[in-house]
Design a protein around this ligand. Structure first.
Ligand SMILES: *[C@@H]1O[C@H](CO)[C@@H](O)[C@H](O)[C@H]1NC(C)=O
Ligand SMILES: *[C@@H]1O[C@H](CO)[C@@H](O)[C@H](O)[C@H]1NC(C)=O
Ligand SMILES: *[C@@H]1O[C@H](CO)[C@@H](O)[C@H](O)[C@H]1NC(C)=O
Ligand SMILES: *[C@@H]1O[C@H](CO)[C@@H](O)[C@H](O)[C@H]1NC(C)=O
Ligand SMILES: *[C@@H]1O[C@H](CO)[C@@H](O)[C@H](O)[C@H]1NC(C)=O
Length: 751
């Protein structure tokens, strides 16, 4: 009986407690006591008193109300905790918002310089606590706002950076621990010196550098990519420079937080699991440790050891360097003497060196930039400031270059000054004037015809790997043992010289690990599940690279199993760019009267209306995946009980919850069923009839590699297509449409 009474009493208390919290602003006459809270108008955020983790201290803070189970995003008195529940948030007589303790001493205040006559404090749905004059809702006129004084969390809409007019630098400071919101060891903030970049610092020691903004992202944060969760921008004007992001939809909540161990991490709220999920981290690996390879060193995480000297440089203290202490970095083989003949060596796929001491101009082009660097003897390197649309702007470096790393798939170039003797023939020097942007000799390795004749044994039939619609492909071996594939343009080919050049250009430009460099080795047919999943992911990333990360946005238009090459490590390479089309940044789809491609892989809108877009490649990808999973071809797929193609079959199985039946019997043993099901599910999303329903490749990559919930696919486009003419309008005429040939996931089908 006693117990019941107590429970009742508690319920009543809780009830009164709720009633008493129902205020939404603080004013001169209305203060906020511990135990009370105010809630933003839409019920998104709440402001009140709390004790973090196991701590007994009381803090005034803001937390998520709807989601996040009380995740705190801002703390007022983080360094001055209240030891009891006597805290009151109120306006002082001067109109300043103050947190006072039991002795009525202000332990924290919104120190606005302007005092107000009728100030109110209101918590907005953005999580911003603002102090303003009662009737004035203009953000510019806010007297104070918590967004100007972030703690460890960057919320959507916050400006993360410097206001040159007010001198305000809004940085993030980690908590000491989950139980203690006081200022921890790490600060991540913008450094406005030179070309602005973000630095993570521990005490005075630099830990991580974002690199400067290159128009698309921070040069050292390649995983900051367009996505379905948030949009972002970097604003850089005379008045201010900052990074900011906004949520695409209010239904997906995301925050960026500097956690106590110094990692800058983005979390998204997963409603299904009622938990925050780590979405990405700023520092990825050891190469992100600031200047880990010293001056003129270059960190490449794919190498072992990761540190190396840039070409033309050697370790400064070889003994230390080779024992793994890279801090002394590298020095030039030949010192610069500022003489005629000095020039620049281009390095691609680079995280630009520290720009704190650099000079920049937003409008100069690369040519003028090169001249400017050449003219000044202390200039050591130059680069474009913005890499979009072929590049613009100019950055000059005058000192040693620090904190350079190599990325496998980044389109950032830098040109480093070299003495004449250290320049190969890949030179940018005063004498050289040819700036044919499309194909520079340095991009291409040219072979004499006689070399090719020799390598392929005079194009002997024994060396023939396959026959494309545009000509035969031969295997060859160069004198140094390097194996090559040679595509020979046949005289009566439908592929013109333009298409051929296009392909060569694409391959040369796209120095990406997933793209064929015309080097290939035929591989065996049987590939276990982990390798197949590796291949699926590799193709997805390769396609993402074409669509998004390469300088041109490229639609491949003829993605299919036979255009995916595999190297020894089973890394897939997308090949055959004969049909590829580059898009300018603003184009999203185009029209063609000449539909080229391969039936079975082509999307409905492309086959029927000739309209192709990035989403037609997504469709082709969605056809490839079930092929890889099942080891069968989409076209020519036969089933005892229905007339559907492989896509249709996959769709039926998916609807019946029997997708596992699709999996190739040869990989059953090695199969990770969750991965296989996810792959099939993603594939079905890719082949939906309407291009708008299909995910972008960046979403595909994300969906394959994470556990985010997947939407339900709609019916695929084309799942019975037997009625289509069997005339194959593709570049390969050799797929046998009516046989169930196992997909040799390798390519270049030998004949
Ligand atoms: C407000 O306080 C911050 C730090 O607590 C300080 O940097 C800033 O100068 C103060 N602003 C004014 C107007 O007093
Ligand atoms: C930047 O370059 C442009 C064009 O080359 C020039 O007109 C301008 O004066 C330069 N700005 C600065 C600050 O040097
Ligand atoms: C070279 O650039 C540096 C840094 O901007 C500058 O201080 C110096 O005067 C320049 N020298 C010449 C010869 O222009
Ligand atoms: C290669 O073959 C062509 C035609 O088959 C022939 O004319 C030519 O002499 C051969 N060249 C060599 C180097 O064997
Ligand atoms: C494609 O061409 C057709 C007719 O030539 C035209 O009606 C249609 O609007 C075009 N579509 C695009 C995306 O250009």
């Amino acid at each position: 009986m006693k117990a019941i009474i107590i429970v009742l009493l508690l319920c009543l208390l809780a009830f009164f407690f709720t009633i008493s919290t129902a205020i939404d602003t603080i004013s001169a006459t209305k203060s906020l006591k511990d135990g009370e809270s105010i809630v933003s108008p839409g019920g998104i955020f709440e402001l009140g008193f709390f004790s973090p983790g196991r701590s007994k201290n009381r803090y005034l803070g803001i937390w998520y109300k709807k989601v996040g189970t009380g995740t705190v995003v801002w703390v007022a008195n983080r360094d001055v905790p209240l030891k009891d529940s006597s805290g009151v948030l109120q306006f002082s007589r001067q109109g300043i918002l103050s947190l006072v303790n039991k002795d009525k001493i202000a332990i924290w205040s919104s120190n606005s310089s302007i005092t107000a006559t009728s100030p109110v404090a209101q918590l907005l749905d953005t999580g911003n606590l603002v102090v303003k004059n009662e009737e004035d809702n203009e953000p510019e006129n806010y007297l104070w706002q918590s967004f100007d004084y972030p703690g460890d969390t960057l919320l959507p809409g916050m400006k993360y950076g410097v206001n040159f007019v007010t001198g305000l630098n809004r940085g993030l400071t980690s908590w000491k621990s989950d139980d203690d919101p006081s200022e921890g060891d790490y600060i991540n903030k913008l450094d406005p010196n030179g070309l602005p970049q973000f630095f993570l610092e521990k005490g005075l020691a630099k830990q991580f550098r974002s690199g400067p903004w290159n128009g698309l992202r921070f040069s050292g944060m390649p995983n900051l990519k367009p996505n379905g969760i948030y949009t972002y921008e970097f604003v850089f004007t005379q008045e201010e420079v900052y990074y900011t992001y906004n949520l695409v939809s209010s239904s997906v909540v995301s925050r960026l937080v500097l956690i106590p161990n110094g990692n800058l991490q983005r979390y998204t709220w997963i409603d299904r699991t009622k938990d925050w999920k780590l979405y990405l981290t700023a520092q990825i690996d050891d190469c992100d440790r600031y200047a880990t390879c010293g001056a003129y060193g270059r960190c490449n995480i794919d190498n072992s050891p990761a540190c190396g000297c840039l070409e033309g440089f050697v370790p400064k203290s070889p003994e230390e360097w080779y024992s793994g202490d890279w801090s002394n970095g590298c020095i030039r083989k030949a010192p610069l003497e500022c003489m005629e003949g000095e020039g620049f060596r281009r390095y691609t796929g680079i995280k630009l060196p520290d720009t704190s001491l650099s000079w920049y101009n937003k409008t100069m082009n690369l040519k003028v930039c090169e001249q400017a660097c050449l003219k000044n003897c202390s200039c050591t390197a130059y680069a474009n400031l913005d890499i979009r649309e072929g590049g613009s702007g100019c950055i000059l470096w005058f000192k040693e270059l620090f904190d350079v790393r190599q990325y496998a798939d980044s389109s950032q170039d830098i040109y480093i000054r070299m003495a004449k003797s250290d320049l190969g023939n890949t030179v940018h020097s005063r004498q050289q004037d040819s700036t044919d942007e499309l194909i520079r000799n340095e991009d291409l390795h040219l072979f004499g015809f006689n070399v090719i004749v020799e390598a392929t044994n005079n194009f002997s039939n024994d060396n023939k790997l396959g026959q494309g619609g545009f000509g035969p492909v031969y295997k060859g071996k160069l004198k140094d043992g390097q194996e090559i594939a040679v595509k020979r343009l046949s005289k009566n080919s439908r592929q013109g010289l333009d298409e051929f050049k296009n392909e060569v250009f694409c391959i040369a430009k796209l120095q990406h690990r997933n793209l064929v460099k015309l080097l290939d080795e035929k591989q065996s047919v049987l590939v276990d599940w982990p390798k197949r999943f590796h291949i699926i992911n590799g193709i997805a990333r390769g396609l993402l690279y074409l669509h998004q990360d390469s300088r041109l946005r490229i639609v491949h238009r003829d993605l299919k199993a036979s255009n995916v090459l595999l190297d020894q490590e089973m890394n897939p390479k997308i090949s055959d760019f004969g049909m590829a089309r580059g898009f300018r940044g603003d184009e999203t789809e185009a029209n063609t009267s000449r539909v080229v491609g391969t039936y079975g892989y082509m999307s409905p809108e492309y086959t029927i209306d000739g309209i192709f877009s990035l989403k037609s490649d997504v469709f082709s990808f969605g056809v490839l995946v079930p092929e890889i999973v099942s080891g069968k071809k989409n076209r020519g797929f036969r089933h005892a009980h229905h007339k559907l193609n492989l896509l249709g079959h996959a769709w039926m199985l998916h609807k019946e919850g029997k997708s596992l039946e699709l999996i190739d019997k040869f990989v059953k043993d090695s199969c990770n069923e969750a991965q296989a099901l996810r792959s099939i599910h993603v594939a079905l999303l890719c082949v939906q009839r309407s291009p708008g329903d299909r995910p972008s490749m960046s979403n595909v990559v994300l969906m394959l590699s994470s556990e985010i919930a997947l939407p339900t696919p709609k019916e695929p486009g084309f799942f019975t297509e037997r009625h289509l003419s069997d005339t194959d309008s593709s570049s390969t005429k050799h797929e046998q449409p009516s046989t169930i040939n196992r997909v040799t996931i390798t390519v270049l089908e030998a004949r």
